[in-house]
Design a protein around this ligand. Structure first.
Ligand code: ATP
Ligand code: MG
Length: 184
């Protein structure tokens, strides 16, 4: 699968100042007191991978991911997340497969929606979906387990449980591809 090396957040939720996290190989744990930003960091990873739903993002409007200000500091009008991926194994889709390193960015500007870039070139949301679909690390992948998700799986209706299992089996990318093919 794709190897995540680093994530950088600027103006994303509580991470108002530029913040870099190096992601070491193996299992990663995030620890810290309540409200320190653990879930926000996980959300940033989902968000840069294409997540949009209120469920994945714990909130309503798209703009809610932008630092909204505190008593001490004014809000921002932009949030920027960059995920650095090692693609030496050349497992990304063909359009991304010329480079050893992929810098995947998503940038949102208040009231203007978001855009994606890979190595500073603008790409479609669909391209990002396909990049992560194959890696079984998609935005809804079982590799990232939200608070409350275990309960959802246990109490899910059969049709919803099927969706979760398809994601786990790594075949949900095929639906995106089939949809693309039908549009052509
Ligand atoms: P817990 O251990 O309780 O799960 P946590 O470490 O997961 O806590 P988060 O939910 O990541 O904490 O962070 C919550 C903090 O982020 C709150 O202080 C909240 O005010 C702040 N926050 C969330 N969205 C924004 C935003 N758009 N702008 C500024 N701050 C935000
Ligand atoms: Mg949390």
């Amino acid at each position: 699968s794709l190897v995540f090396n680093q994530i950088k957040l600027v103006g994303f939720k509580s991470f108002v100042d530029p913040t870099d996290f190096v992601i070491e190989p193996g299992l990663t744990g995030i620890v810290g007191p309540n409200g320190c930003g653990k879930s926000n960091l996980l959300e940033a990873i989902r968000w840069v991978m294409g997540a949009n739903s209120a469920k994945a993002m714990r909130g309503g409007a798209m703009d809610d991911v932008i630092f909204s200000g505190t008593k001490q500091r004014p809000g921002r009008n932009q949030a920027h997340v960059t995920l650095t991926i090692d693609n030496k194994a050349r497992i990304a889709p063909p359009m991304f497969n010329d480079d050893d390193t992929l810098e995947v960015s998503r940038i949102i500007t208040k009231g203007q929606g978001s855009k994606y870039q890979v190595n500073n070139k603008t790409v479609r949301a669909k391209d990002i979906q396909l990049l992560f679909a194959d890696a079984s690390t998609g935005a809804n992948s079982p590799a990232l387990v939200r608070q409350g998700q275990i309960n959802e799986l246990i109490s899910a209706k059969p049709s919803n449980r099927r969706k979760i299992l398809e994601e786990a089996a790594g075949i949900s990318g095929l639906h995106t591809r089939r949809h693309e093919a039908e549009l052509r």
